[in-house]
Design a protein around this ligand. Structure first.
Ligand code: C2E
Ligand code: MG
Ligand code: MG
Length: 399
């Protein structure tokens, strides 16, 4: 037996168009239609826009799809024919235990919609284990104070000056039992669970303090920090960050991804302007990995464009990537931006990219992201001479 959650697509739009009471009538008529189908054992309203049904699983998901086709023709509401499209989330009763069958079917409905599948069976793996995510987050909060969460700094090499004059702060977490947790994973979890603001505040304060330590050691570098897309529309956070950095604003750069801007351009752009006028530089991170559009690029008052490492990594094996990088560099330059290439792992890649006019290189070939003490040691040793071949003058550190 399946428990199936049947939802009306674009429900908010329908509700706005015909009103609350007509929508209730629509749901009642849909429920009655479902009841008439011979495979449907029971129907019940699950929420205002979802009807729960029980059906025999003998015909599989195809059987559910046939039920949807059977009922999704226009419904007459006070003389008007209302077009409906339906989606279904299914759960096999008794197979999982974490959620009730109805909740599981509701989650399956959301999962299916995200995948644009009309009928979707609950995917336990995609759902993950919410309780383990929550415990991970409480571990993270303690990690912020016990040192298992820390920042690593990756040097950015200025190809024109032959010197490192900035670093990117990257979160690291050595979890006591899980081992190294990738920032992509836990930054994502922090965003989902409402922990991104405190985490980002910690990053900002730590990066500021570490930058001062580097400056005191003679390396007064520009500090780039990644700003979660969620926070780009959080004015309170940005006000806090500007106040926290104070005089150091001029020495900071915020790396933002284009997707953050595409989601809510108006709010994001207004906030970026605010950050800019405080003296903080803006960098567009991971360029090329999303649905970049030139018109958005032009609107963002960025000083730097970072070409995503996926292109750089396949530079030698894929000539269309090389073409894309070259034209992106030219485009960014014509918009007045400096271009950083990330993911530079070999001398050959560095040479190629320099030939294409890239301004700054970042990657394992120059240095991996390093804990504060190690990055200081790297600076003190001077940039190793193996890098010489790729640059005109002997590389050195700019102060
Ligand atoms: P990102 O900002 O694009 O950072 C660059 C990533 O490329 C880093 O991954 C870095 O370790 C990696 N990388 C650098 N050079 C090379 C190379 O030569 N080869 C290869 N294969 N990879 C290279 P990492 O440290 O795992 O960080 C992943 C992402 O997590 C970052 O991507 C960023 O989006 C996010 N992240 C890291 N720290 C923070 C943070 O403090 N706040 C926020 N919101 N996001 C962060
Ligand atoms: Mg970045
Ligand atoms: Mg990047």
């Amino acid at each position: 037996i399946y428990t199936v959650a049947i939802g009306i697509d674009r429900f908010p739009q329908i509700m706005t168009a015909i009103g609350q009471s007509a929508t209730n009538e629509l749901m009642a008529k849909l429920g009655a239609r479902l009841d008439q189908h011979t495979d449907v054992r029971m129907t019940a309203m699950a929420t205002t826009d979802v009807i729960g049904i029980l059906v025999s699983a003998t015909n599989g998901l195809d059987g559910v799809d046939k039920i949807l086709s059977y009922v999704s023709h226009p419904i007459a509401i006070s003389g008007e024919m209302i077009d409906i499209e339906l989606s279904a989330g299914c759960c096999i009763i008794g197979l999982h235990s974490a959620l009730s069958p109805v909740d599981e079917a509701m989650v399956a409905l959301q999962q299916g919609r995200a995948l644009r599948q009309r009928v979707h069976l609950f995917d336990e793996q995609a759902y993950g284990d919410p309780s383990s995510t929550l415990s991970l987050m409480s571990d993270m909060v303690s990690g912020l104070s016990d040192g298992s969460v820390y920042l690593a700094y990756q040097p950015k090499f200025d190809l024109r000056r032959g010197a490192v004059n900035s670093v990117e702060a990257l979160l690291r977490w050595d979890h006591p039992t899980r081992g190294k947790v990738s920032p992509d994973t836990f930054v994502g979890f922090a965003e989902e669970t409402g922990h991104i603001r405190p985490l980002s505040q910690w990053v900002m304060s730590q990066a500021k303090a570490d930058r001062e330590i580097m400056a005191a050691a003679g390396f007064d570098l520009k500090m780039s920090v990644n700003i979660s897309g969620r926070l780009l529309t959080d004015s309170a956070f940005l006000d806090w960050a500007i106040a926290e950095l104070g005089d150091a604003c001029e020495r900071f750069c915020f790396e933002v991804t284009e997707t953050a801007v595409i989601d809510d351009p108006k709010a994001a752009l207004a906030n970026i302007e605010r950050v800019r006028s405080a003296g903080i530089e803006i960098s567009i991170d991971d360029y090329g990995s999303g649905l970049s559009s030139l018109s958005y690029l032009k609107q963002i008052p960025a000083q730097e464009l970072k070409i995503d490492k996926s292109f750089v990594l396949s530079l030698q094996s894929n000539s269309s990537d090389a073409l894309l990088i070259k034209s992106t560099i030219d485009l960014a330059h014509s918009l007045g931006m400096s271009v950083t290439v990330e993911g530079v792992e070999t001398a050959d890649a560095l040479q190629l990219l320099q030939g294409m006019g890239a301004d700054v290189a970042q990657g394992y070939y120059i240095a991996r992201p390093l804990p504060l003490a190690d990055v200081l040691a790297f600076f003190q040793a001077g940039v190793p001479s193996i890098r010489q071949s790729a640059v005109q003058d002997r590389p050195s550190l700019a102060n």
